[in-house]
Design a binder for this molecule. Structure first.
Ligand SMILES: [Zn+2]
Ligand SMILES: [Zn+2]
Length: 266
């Protein structure tokens, strides 16, 4: 079963229209395609150019419905969003999500108190080692809160802070364990996101060590590419599948109306 559930269209920072993506997924023989454009709930003091606006939500879902009609029975189109968890906007985001016809929501942390984790290496270069470690520690605390919020179905690109090739120089095992305990308690799925392979990190999100910690907690996984164009829909899929298999998973999941079904095979 080959799916691609982490995909961005022109509604956020992707290069292709929804119809182009769905058509390409059908041509590429995928079993399911899920769109997950960014929705970062707006805050007065910050603009996020790569997020769709609240005004665009209705037409986003309309276009997804139209694309499903065009492609017909050949391919199932799943309706998703990638949303940022931020404590200040969590209740407002919950109201928006409650009225969307969603199959799944990816919960991500791209900002820690307005520090943009994955925007540019420059932000990290301005921090000394202690402050970088502090960001990484806070990141796991925020992931734990993300899971406890029960707003999301899939947790996006765990260990995103390694994107620019840096890793914490302190032991965060305890913080990571607490976050993963919360993810397991929330019955969330962890994505195995191949986008890290194309970044200085040169590694799938999350690392094999963190995947092992997911495995012992029986957290399901789904392979995603965080694609921003049609040529990247299954980028790194085989490498991810080998990794997941080697770490002990036998199957994956499919989502429908915010519930997942466990599949016995990858
Ligand atoms: Zn993301
Ligand atoms: Zn994404």
């Amino acid at each position: 079963m080959k799916t691609s559930y982490h995909v961005h269209s022109v509604y956020s920072d992707g290069e292709n229209s929804i119809l182009e993506i769905v058509t390409a997924a059908s041509e590429q023989g995928l079993d399911e395609i899920g769109l997950s454009d960014h929705l970062v709930y707006p805050k007065a003091n910050r603009s996020v150019p790569w997020s769709m606006s609240l005004d665009a939500i209705d037409s986003y879902f309309e276009e997804l419905c139209e694309a499903q009609c065009v492609v017909g029975d050949k391919l199932r189109v799943r309706f998703g969003l990638e949303c940022d968890y931020e404590p200040e906007t969590a209740d407002l985001l919950a109201d928006v999500l409650a009225r969307c016809p969603l199959d799944y929501v990816i919960g991500s942390v791209h900002f820690l108190d307005d520090f943009p984790i994955d925007e540019s290496a420059d932000y990290w270069e301005r921090l000394d080692e202690d402050n970088r470690n502090l960001v990484a520690r806070s990141y796991w605390q925020r992931i734990k809160e993300l899971a406890q919020s029960r707003l999301f179905d899939i947790v996006g690109h765990l260990d995103l802070y390694k994107k620019f090739g840096w890793k914490p120089s302190i032991d965060l095992t305890e913080e990571i364990a607490e976050a993963l305990d919360a993810i397991a308690a929330a019955r969330m799925v962890v994505e195995v996101n191949t986008a890290g392979l194309t970044k200085p990190a040169r590694e799938i999100y999350p690392s094999p060590e963190i995947l092992d910690m997911c495995r012992v907690r029986d957290i399901p996984v789904i392979i995603t590419a965080d694609a921003h164009n049609v040529s990247g829909l299954t980028y790194g899929y085989e490498e991810a599948r080998n990794l997941v298999q080697a770490r002990g998973w036998l199957g994956t999941v499919l989502f429908s109306k915010r519930k997942f079904e466990l599949l016995p095979q990858l």
